[in-house]
Design a protein around this ligand. Structure first.
Ligand SMILES: Cc1ncc(COP(=O)(O)O)c(C=O)c1O
Length: 397
């Protein structure tokens, strides 16, 4: 008996590897400071929990339509459309068990084996994994660090387009760098997509997690909604990563295929959770204000403490809950070869857990600087302060 050869190209999300090491370190009796995973120590708003309990009591416990309950599809079309100034209807929306399933399902719907797909590196590791697993060629594009603000390297991106390129994966409000494109950069990227007739996966997991200004979607640029599928998730916006509800939002003909994949994969997304999501959308930004306010304070404290460490520098992102400091000088001083060595040494020395850059897709060959990602949604202010003090002591020793 043997396993399928395709498994050789299946990747993983290595933040879970840091989680494993951290749990092991904690079980051995050590104190840990969890900056490694994009999860919350903040509960889901009570109003949404109550709505889910009501849905169970009201018997919403059987199967429901594979594309999602019509009421939620309509509410999502309305909410997502309004926030992006796009006219979506119910047939533009297919409910999913979280944000992640949109990545593999959209790739399956439009990518032929052998096609080339542009994706961000650093970037969410599941892009590279799913492209390769489904027989495509993953072609990375990257960002330029402009004093802690990350901008797309559009020349490098353009130079990697060939006749085989069929799709671009884009994550404005970006994990792990927290990059977000200014309007002119978004327009330039949209033009490249239209000129080269590319499908676009717009991962908008952090669209609503923001502290200043307004989020913008590439799908809002004229001519783009027709070729773009939005990855929508309730996970980060409403502090409910474990509930597993999200949606694919895009052209009806793609949605029909994705809906058929739903039938084959999971029959339907959790029925009673879908009813609670209608309540979540009604509560919206106002209901989530306490979550955003707490995250903003954590961002400010963590950012200032990082910038107070010799050899570490970081910008001030307006969205996401990630900081992506440059740590090149620390590596050089300590004689470490890469950010994985730094992550492992810091965990053992201080209990501070974060993710190294190389856990966010394969690094490009010419990368000169080193980075790590600190997530602050799952760690309270006291632990942020103590963890950063320990990290500082390590870096400056
Ligand atoms: C950029 C990005 N996209 C998608 C996801 C997946 O979201 P979900 O947990 O809702 O599947 C994540 C989760 O961390 C993410 O960071």
């Amino acid at each position: 008996m043997q396993f399928a050869a395709r498994l050789e190209s299946l990747g993983t999300e290595s933040a879970f590897e840091v989680a494993r090491q951290t749990a092991e370190w904690k079980a051995a009796g050590n104190e840990v400071f969890p900056f490694h995973i994009g999860d919350f120590n903040i509960p889901t708003p009570q109003r949404v929990v109550d709505a889910m309990n009501r849905a169970i009591e009201n018997g919403k416990t059987g199967y429901c339509p594979p594309p999602g309950i019509p009421e939620l599809r309509e509410a999502l079309a309305d909410d997502v459309g309004k926030l992006r100034d796009i006219n979506y209807a119910m047939d533009n929306v297919i409910v999913q068990p979280g944000g992640k399933p949109t990545i593999g399902k959209f790739i399956l719907a439009v990518m032929e084996p052998g096609d080339e797909v542009l994706y961000p590196s650093p970037g969410f590791p599941i892009y590279e994994s799913m492209i390769e697993f489904h027989g495509g060629k993953a072609v990375p594009y990257t960002y330029i660090d402009n004093g802690g603000k990350f901008l797309l390297d559009l020349d490098q991106l353009k130079s990697n387009i060939t006749s085989k390129t069929s799709m671009l994966i884009f994550n404005n409000h970006h994990n792990p760098t927290a990059a977000e494109s200014p309007h002119d950069e978004l327009e330039a990227l949209a033009e490249i997509c239209m000129e080269n007739d590319l499908w676009v996966l717009s991962d908008e997991a952090y669209f609503e997690t923001r502290y200043e200004g307004e989020s913008e979607s590439i799908a809002s640029i004229p001519g783009m909604a027709e070729r773009t599928v939005i990855l929508y998730t309730f996970s980060k916006r409403f502090a409910m990563t474990g509930w597993r509800v999200g949606a694919s939002i895009g052209p009806p003909e793609v949605m029909e295929i994705i809906g058929q994949l739903n039938v084959n994969d999971e029959s339907c997304t959790n029925h009673f959770a879908q009813w609670a999501m209608i309540e979540a959308l009604e509560g919206g930004t106002e209901m989530c204000k306490p979550i955003t306010d707490e995250l903003r304070v954590r961002r400010d404290v963590a950012r200032d403490l990082l910038n107070g460490i010799k050899g570490v520098s970081v910008g001030s992102p307006s969205s996401t809950f990630y900081l992506f400091p440059k740590v090149t000088e620390v590596l050089e001083k300590k004689g470490l070869r890469n950010s994985i060595e730094l992550q492992e040494a810091v965990l053992k020395d201080t209990g501070v857990a974060f993710c190294p850059r190389s856990y966010f897709c394969t690094p490009l060959l010419d990368e000169k600087e080193h980075y790590v990602r600190f997530a602050y949604a799952g760690i309270g202010l006291d632990d942020i302060r103590e963890g950063m003090a320990r990290f500082k002591a390590y870096c400056e020793a």
